[in-house]
Design a protein around this ligand. Structure first.
Ligand code: AMP
Length: 386
């Protein structure tokens, strides 16, 4: 099939991975009249619960992967640590969007930052770390403090640490446990923003408004839009994202996480070749959600309007809420504000730091949206509001 021919409603979308991003993607796909098959090692998964078919198999069972790919019209993924061999096996039979090259570049921090740097996109200075000597040299060249991260398979701040002194270097290096590392010069940022953007096989591009994010223990806590940044910075962030999607040849969605430095520059931190936690508010606040946009982009449909209907804020609900509430959170109390939208991901077992759901609230001003959605989350834990 020609790259640019459309995959129309009625066709079947295959998703590698079956977490909450896959769930919300599957729901958007079904709204548009597509069938959905998901593939992951987990059963009764967040995405499997809402899909037409849930295939439970290992990612390295390449025969099963090919069989899965043969039964669908396009394959996409909802997490970026899908092994290269898996996406290659799927691509032998069906288009994989974004393709394996995008996955390859973005699933390893050193490759990703090298790609960005070589294409002239702003990143913080960094060095590859394979030994304690590398780390000592890197800190002499780039200074302290800095951030030492594992080059592969990190998310939500896992596998990363801020290094502040020479004395801390041996201990920090040991925590890599022999894995390849990356040392990054510390970015003295004023805020963190993200931009979710889509690109079709024909090169059509569309970006959502810039989201502003705050983290708690390295995990996204609150996102709001519009971001409190000057319009020129928002334009700069969007053109950066456009350049990155073009340079990578993305067909689908890609999220660019960025820092805004205290001197007003935008620096790219990380790429995710998929929808993003910070884009969840698009479900309730934008004309087209990030999940619908992903479907449109991978299927070659016209991209939808990304317009924000009203200012909005989203808070994550981690498993901690269940523990703090001593059992079931007080849903009725949170929903007593009629503008609150509740999204739960169908995960049976709450665990600390596990993303279980989120709340979104739209309001006339962004400050009001943030205040009221945080209050709603506080009400989930009875001892916090009595
Ligand atoms: P990451 O896993 O790369 O997304 O990093 C998680 C969080 O750590 C980011 O959202 C930042 O808050 C912080 N961080 C990561 N890299 C740096 C850096 N080079 N300088 C300062 N803070 C950083």
């Amino acid at each position: 099939m020609a790259e640019s021919s459309s995959i129309l409603p009625g066709a079947t979308i295959g998703i590698l991975g079956s977490g909450q991003l896959g769930r919300m993607l599957a729901m958007a796909a079904r709204t548009l009249g597509y069938h959905v098959h998901v593939y992951s090692p987990d059963s009764n998964s967040p995405a499997g619960q809402v899909a037409d078919r849930e295939i439970v198999a290992a990612y390295d069972d390449l025969d099963r992967v090919r069989e899965f790919a043969r039964a669908v019209d396009v394959v996409t993924f909802e997490f970026k640590n899908v092994p290269s061999a898996t996406s290659r096996a799927a691509a032998e039979v069906t288009p994989v969007r974004p393709d394996g090259h995008v996955l390859h570049v973005t699933q390893q921090r050193l490759r990703e930052k090298t790609f960005l740097q070589e294409h002239g996109f702003p990143v913080t200075p960094f060095r590859a770390i394979h030994s304690l000597e590398d780390l000592e040299l890197a800190t002499r060249e780039l200074g302290l403090p800095g951030v030492l991260k594992t080059a592969s398979f990190g998310y939500d701040g896992k596998g990363q640490q801020t290094v502040r002194s020479e004395e801390a270097l041996p201990g920090a290096y040991d925590l890599l446990r022999g894995a390849e590392g990356i040392y990054e010069a510390f970015v003295d940022f004023e805020k963190e923003i993200s931009l979710v953007a889509a690109r079709t096989a024909d090169g059509a591009f569309s970006a959502f408004p810039v989201f502003e994010n705050t983290h708690h223990h390295h995990i996204l806590d609150v996102t709001f839009a519009p971001a409190a940044i000057p319009p020129a910075l928002a334009t700069q962030a969007e053109s950066l994202a456009r350049g990155i999607l073009d340079a990578l040849g993305v067909v689908g969605l890609l999220t660019v996480e960025m820092f805004v430095t205290r001197d007003g520059r935008v620096v790219v931190n990380e790429l995710a070749p998929r929808t993003h936690n910070s884009g969840h508010l698009t479900l309730d606040a934008c004309i087209t959600s990030q999940f619908e946009q992903q479907v449109r982009a991978i299927c070659g449909l016209p991209l939808g309007s990304t317009g924000l209907r009203t200012p909005a804020a989203m808070v994550n609900l981690l498993g901690d809420v269940w523990f703090d509430a001593g059992g079931t959170p007080d849903w009725s109390a949170a929903l007593s504000d009629p503008d609150v939208r509740l999204h739960l991901y169908g995960k049976a077992e709450p665990r600390r730091a596990r993303k279980m759901g989120h709340l979104t609230l739209s309001a006339p001003t962004v400050d009001e949206a943030i205040r009221r959605v945080r209050m709603a989350r506080d009400r989930l834990v009875p001892s916090r509001h009595r």
